[in-house]
Design a protein around this ligand. Sequence first.
Ligand code: SF4
Ligand code: SF4
Length: 515
Amino acid sequence: MKTRRLWSFSGGLKLPGHKNPSTPMPIVQAALPKRLVLPLQQHIGEAAEPMVSIGDQVLKGQVIATAQGYLSAPVHASSSGQVVALENRPIPHPSGLSAPCIVIETDGKDAWGERHPVENYRQIDPSHLRNLIRQAGIVGLGGAGFPTFIKLNPGPQPKVKTLILNGAECEPYITCDEALMRERAEEIIQGAAIMAHALNAYHCLIGIEDDKPEACTVLAAAAAEGIEVVPIPTRYPAGGEKQLIKVLTGQEVPSNGLPIDIGVVCHNVGTAAAVYRAIHRGEPLLSRIMTVAGKAVAHPGNLEVLLGTPIRHLLAQQGANIQSIDRLIMGGPMMGFTLHDDGAPVIKTTNCLLAGLHEDTRQPPAMPCIRCGACVEACPVGLLPQQLYWHARAKELDKTQDYHLFDCIECGCCAYVCPSHIPLVQYYRYAKSEIWTQEQEREKADLARQRHEFRQQRLAREQQQKAARQRARKAPVTPSASKAEKQAAIQAAVERSQAKRAAQKTAEDEPFSSP
Ligand code: SF4
Ligand code: SF4
């Protein structure tokens, strides 16, 4: 491993890792559940459209819902069986709401449909490669769930210098990426090579926190030319996209900008492995590696889980005492969210499930802000969390935007250090969702206003045309018309009338036939 110059980001925290129970555990295949529940939306963007009906038999890997629009991803059957329901079911979402899902009763055969692996991806045009990745339903597996093929499109002017693979895994408890890097390094490296080819990227850096030495060593040994494994200091949130880019390249992604603006594209290591499987084996995204941990879990570990597997099935498999669970969190303790129903399924973005006991999850009551400034020091984005909090609390949404609310990555560092135990991130999430809602309502109102204006214009135009026709009918024959012109006009009218009568007669003579 070469030594490489690294940079630092402001703020951040050294957190207790709590990774020991699951870190050493190898990846175990989770048991096939009796029923798979596959939400039509498992990513950022539009929900997919169902392609199956109740009673249909499906094979593993078969498309059961197609992407709708550009920012969307198809859904595939993660095992073979029969479609038994198309209905709203609880989904893993902070709202706790239900959403449309396809339910498959598995037949235990796990029988594959057709697969079409690619012989040599280097001979394939990058746009075709992106299309294959799109058809495989791959979205970012690090948690955000952005469709991968879009991030692999550098645009008309190729400008990607650096592809970065994110193996930092900075949140406490989560160890699934570390297990993947240790056990499937070859898949990640080959996936990285495919991604670099699609992007025409100059080189690839894989950033891994230095508390995962085995993963660093194994990945570095597998790395091909142009791919560099870089250990980075362990400090939360080093796995944040902008923070990782800063640490590895020294470059700052501009506020309201994207990494591509500075020639960088960032993907999770799990996404790279999924790309490898899609291209080399012709397998769509049907499963993912995730961590199941927390004090209520008797056997914490890293599991390969079929998408659609109900959470309660996994908890039972890992020996969790369901009655003792006080809080279920999907994701890590810093950026995850509370699950309201353990019947919700594992989806493409589920990287961790934490089942906590009451004593772990008890929150002390919030006290007034004492303006200590600890939150400002901890913020890795250089925001003023205290001001954001005041304005969000006062519903002064314009002012939250003046303080760059949308640059907040919801890392939770500010809330973690707050001596008053103020749930700061909840205020930021509330303010963001209010702004989005208002924006959507404004768009709807604009659309309704535009429609109304178009209608008014159309009615006015029709009125004008009608008036013009009436004027034309009433208008006397212009005196300037010559006698010959008048004669010609009368003759033409007589001929039109004769032709019409002839046509009517022909139609009357035709025998009746049903259409
Ligand atoms: S850390 Fe908490 S108490 Fe201190 S300034 Fe920030 S919000 Fe106020
Ligand atoms: S949650 Fe937002 S405001 Fe708080 S520390 Fe993280 S980025 Fe800064």
